[in-house]
Design a protein around this ligand. Structure first.
Ligand code: TPP
Length: 322
C-alpha cells in the first residue's frame, strides 16, 4: 500500500493525546500550542542521531526508537525536569511499513510510560537520521545545573558506567563474550539505556550540580568542573563496574570504558556533606544503585585521579564527534 508523508504521519505518529498535558494543538497545524503549568521553568533539549555515527544501519527499529528517546530523556533527567512534549524530525531512505510500525510502537510505549506527548515534527527522505526535541518542566528555581558544584561536595554516579561501550564493542564484533546472558546484558545497556528521570527529580533539593554521562565521565565531569570553576579528585578504586564487565573485560579496559566510552546515560552529580544521609534515603527508595567516586576540591585544577592511594595520569579523552 502506498504511503505518502501525510498518511505516514497519520498512521504511525499521530496516535495518542495525553490527558495530563494541556496541549491546545498538537500534530496537525503549523505549530504546536502548549499551555505551560504555572510556576514552572521550561527545560528544552535537542539531540540528533545519525546512521553510521550513532547506530548501525541494521539496528532493530524498536531499539533505535528506545535509544533516541532515552538519550533525550536523559538530558531532562540531568536537570531534574519532568518530561512532557516531544518533537521528532525523521529522515528515512524509503517508506518501510514494518520498520515504521516497530519504530513507532516502541516510541509510543515509552512516551506513554513517561506520560509524554509527541506534538510535532517533520519527515524527509535521505540517509536514516533523526532529531528529537524534548521539552519538560521543573519548578521555578529548582533545576539542577552543571554550574553549582562546591568545594567539599561528594561526587556520585548512578549505575555502572562502561557497560554501554562494552555493548557497542560486542555489536561491532570488537569483543566476544562466551556467556550469552552477560553479552545480552551489555548489548542492552548500549541499545536500551535507562534515563534516570525519577532520580534526577529526587536530586533537585539534594545535589548542587548534575550532568548525564553521554560522552564519558572524564568529559562530562569535566563540564561540571569547568562550569563550577572547581577541581576534583576521583578514586579509580571506587568506580562501580557491573558483574558482566568485571567478568569479561580486563580492569584497564573496563576503567577506560567507564571514563571515556560514553553513552551510559547515567547521572553524575555532586552533593554537600549535609545532604548525604537524605541522598541515601531518596535514591535507596527508588532502588537505584549509586556510588561515591570522589570529591570536589578548591585546591586542585581540573580532574585528578588516584589509584591505591597514588596519583595516576590518564590521557584518555571523552567521545568527540570531530
Ligand atoms: N559508532 C556507532 C556505529 N555507534 C555508536 N554509538 C558510536 C560509534 C559511539 N558513539 C556515538 S555518539 C557517542 C558515542 C560514544 C557519544 C554520545 O553522543 P552525542 O551525540 O555526543 O550525545 P550528546 O552528548 O549530544 O548527548
Amino acid at each position: 500500500m502506498a504511503c505518502g508523508e501525510f498518511s505516514l504521519i497519520a498512521r504511525y505518529f499521530d496516535r495518542v493525546r495525553n490527558a495530563r498535558l494541556d496541549v491546545e494543538t498538537g500534530i496537525g497545524d503549523d505549530c504546536a500550542l502548549l499551555n505551560i503549568p504555572e510556576k514552572q521553568t521550561l527545560a528544552i533539549s535537542t539531540d540528533t542521531l545519525v546512521v553510521g555515527n550513532h547506530f548501525l544501519p541494521d539496528i532493530d527499529p524498536a531499539d533505535l526508537a528506545h535509544k533516541a528517546l532515552a538519550v533525550n530523556l536523559s538530558d531532562l533527567a540531568a536537570m531534574g525536569a519532568d518530561p512532557a512534549w516531544l518533537t521528532l524530525a525523521l529522515t528515512l531512505p524509503a517508506v518501510d511499513e514494518a520498520w515504521l510500525a516497530a519504530f513507532s510502537d516502541r516510541l509510543f510505549e515509552l512516551l506513554s510510560y513517561y506520560d509524554m506527548q509527541l506534538i510535532g515534527g517533520d519527515t524527509t527522505k535521505g540517509p536514516l537520521s533523526m532529531t528529537l526535541g524534548i521539552h519538560g518542566y521543573v519548578p521555578v528555581g529548582r533545576a539542577l545545573k552543571r554550574s553549582g558544584a562546591k568545594p567539599g561536595d561528594w561526587i556520585y554516579v548512578t549505575g555502572t558506567p562502561g557497560d554501554s561501550a562494552a555493548g557497542l564493542a560486542l555489536i561491532l564484533n570488537q569483543l566476544t563474550i562466551d556467556n550469552p546472558e552477560d553479552a545480552a546484558y551489555l548489548r542492552q545497556r548500549h541499545l536500551r539505556p535507562t534515563p534516570r528521570i525519577l532520580q534526577g527529580q529526587a536530586l533537585r533539593d539534594l545535589a548542587n550540580s548534575a550532568i548525564d554521562l553521554s560522552d564519558g565521565l572524564i568529559s562530562d565531569l569535566g563540564h561540571i568542573l569547568n562550569a563550577s570553576g572547581v577541581g576534583a579528585r576521583v578514586d579509580l578504586d571506587l568506580l562501580p563496574y557491573s558483574d558482566a564487565l568485571r567478568r569479561h573485560v580486563q580492569p584497564e579496559q573496563a576503567c577506560r570504558w567507564a571514563l571515556s566510552g560514553g553513552e551510559d546515560y547515567e547521572l553524575c552529580f555532586t552533593v554537600p556533606e549535609l545532604n548525604r544521609g537524605a541522598l541515601e534515603v531518596a535514591l535507596g527508595q527508588l532502588g537505584t544503585p549509586f556510588t561515591c567516586i570522589g570529591q570536589i576540591s578548591a585546591d586542585v585544577e581540573g580532574l585528578h585521579f588516584t589509584q591505591e592511594g597514588k596519583a595516576v595520569q590518564l590521557d584518555w579523552k571523552g567521545y568527540d564527534h570531530f
